[in-house]
Structures are given as C-alpha cells and as structure tokens.
Ligand binder design. Structure first.
Ligand code: HEM
Ligand code: HEM
Length: 210
C-alpha cells in the first residue's frame, strides 16, 4: 500500500527526474547506431580495396559488395551520421546534459571505478548517473566521432580542404587517423554492447526513456 508521503513524493517528482534518456537522446542514439554500422561496414570494404595493414576484413561483414558500392554507402550514410551527430552534440551542450552527465571526469575516479568494475562491485542501481568509466568512454567516443568526421573530410576533399588534410599530416596520415578512429569506435562498441547485455535495464532505458 502506498503511504500518503510517498504518493506525494511521486507526484512532486519532476518528469525530467524520471526520464533517464530524453526522446531526442534516444532518437539520435539509434540513428547514430544504424549510421555507424553502415559506415564501419562500408569502410571495411573500402579498406579491403587497398589495405593499410597486412590483413583484410572478411567479405561477410563488409557492406557494399565492392569498392564503388562501398563508397556509395559511405558517402550516403555520412550525411545521416554527421547531421544527426551535430544535432546530438548541439542539444547535449544547449540542454546542459553533457555538463551534468559527462563532467567532471577525474583520473582518480576513473581508476577507482575501473577497479571496482573489474571486481564486479560497480553498482548500476541509478542509471541516471554515469560512473567515471562511463563518462570517460562516452566523452571519448564523442571525441572519436569528431576525429573520424574531420579525417574523413580530409581524405574525401583532400584538394579543396588541403589545410585540414595538412593538419592531419597529409593524405596518407589522415587515412591512418581515420582508420585508428574507426578502431577506437569499434572497440568502444564491443564494450558498450557487452555492458548493455550485462545491464539489460540500461537497454530498456535507451529504448523507452526509463
Ligand atoms: C563524415 C564522415 C566520413 C567521411 C567524409 C569519410 C570519408 C572516407 C573516405 C573518402 C574514405 C576513402 C579513403 C581512401 O580512398 O582510401 C574512407 C575510408 C574509410 N572510412 Fe570513412 N568517412 C567518414 C566516416 C567514417 C566512419 C564514421 C567510419 C567508421 C566508424 C569510417 C570508416 C572508414 C574506413 C574503415 C575506411 C577505410 C580506411 C582506408 O583504408 O583508408 N568512416 N572514409
Ligand atoms: C547496437 C548498438 C548499440 C547498443 C545496443 C547501445 C546501447 C546503449 C545503451 C543501453 C545505452 C544506455 C547506457 C547507459 O545507461 O550507460 C547507450 C547510451 C549511449 N550510447 Fe549506445 N548503443 C549502441 C550503439 C552505439 C554507438 C554506435 C555509439 C557511438 C559510436 C553509442 C554511443 C552511446 C552514448 C554516447 C551513450 C550515452 C548517451 C547519453 O547519455 O547522452 N552507442 N547505448
């Protein structure tokens, strides 16, 4: 039975306290997830046409079928990725969400939280507050997003945007930066998906908001 006190408490709780992920956050998150998978799959097919390292990606996990097909996917999905990413970052800054949820990130907290996570002692009771490792990973992947878009532009328009290409140390270097940013994002994604499965209620929250 509900007491008068906790009925009152429920009634006065502001809605933003109950919502873990606002609608704009959920929408941009899932658009980003689909666009990222397209960019990674097509990127791997592009890579296979002229590998930077002595390995290629298995055909079954690439997108586009061949170089030209993959480039079409890459250049189509990049607009979705970039526009959606800008909307997410603009709203993250404007609403103060980034400041509230992702900052500050202190080295001491990251080490302490990483230690307890490895011992299986990190609490996931309150999904509305990120632990220091989550903050670092989310902040890091947003930065990697900027790096991959800028390095992508540098190799796509290496003549028109030659100052940008020079900033990365030239065309070849920008290719390596683009590749390593992809590796960081894929590395993040592996940990991210494992954690979503380990803490399924976090998956519910990014789908339904609560
Ligand atoms: C605005 C965003 C992006 C632009 C303009 C862009 C542009 C390009 C271009 C022009 C290439 C061809 C490079 C070449 O000819 O060697 C390329 C390759 C590639 N892209 Fe992107 N890209 C973008 C985002 C992404 C994202 C988000 C990912 C994955 C997370 C990604 C992964 C790759 C990979 C793996 C390659 C092959 C690397 C190589 O062998 O050089 N790209 N990208
Ligand atoms: C199929 C793939 C994905 C799944 C299942 C997934 C799952 C989730 C879940 C469960 C959360 C909430 C986690 C929490 O409370 O800590 C979340 C948040 C988040 N995810 Fe993903 N995700 C996916 C793809 C991605 C991709 C590709 C990126 C970026 C490259 C990404 C970046 C983020 C970020 C930055 C947040 C925090 C959002 C915020 O609070 O503003 N996710 N994701």
């Amino acid at each position: 039975m509900q007491t008068a006190a906790n009925t009152a408490a429920t009634n006065i709780a502001p809605p933003e306290k109950l919502t873990i992920h606002p609608a704009w956050g959920r929408l941009t998150h899932w658009i980003n997830a689909v666009a990222m998978l397209m960019m990674v799959g097509s990127g791997w097919e592009i890579y296979n046409a002229s590998p930077l390292f002595p390995f290629v990606f298995p055909k079954t996990i690439t997108l586009g079928g061949w170089l030209a097909g993959a480039l079409l996917w890459h250049f189509a999905a990049m607009w979705v990725l970039a526009v959606n990413g800008l909307v997410y970052v603009a709203l993250g800054l404007a609403t103060g969400r980034f400041r509230r949820k992702l900052l500050p990130i202190r080295a001491g907290d990251v080490i302490a939280d990483a230690r307890s996570a490895l011992r299986g002692q990190l609490s996931h009771d309150d999904l509305s507050v990120y632990n220091a490792v989550q903050k670092l990973l989310y902040f890091g992947v947003i930065l990697a997003g900027f790096v991959i878009i800028l390095s992508g532009l540098a190799i796509w328009k290496s003549v028109q945007l030659q100052e940008l290409t020079a900033l990365f140390g030239g065309y070849e270097a920008a290719r390596y930066v683009h590749f390593f940013a992809m590796a960081m994002i894929v590395g993040f994604l592996v940990i991210h998906i494992v954690m979503a499965l380990v803490v399924p209620k976090s998956l519910r929250a990014i789908l339904t908001g609560r």
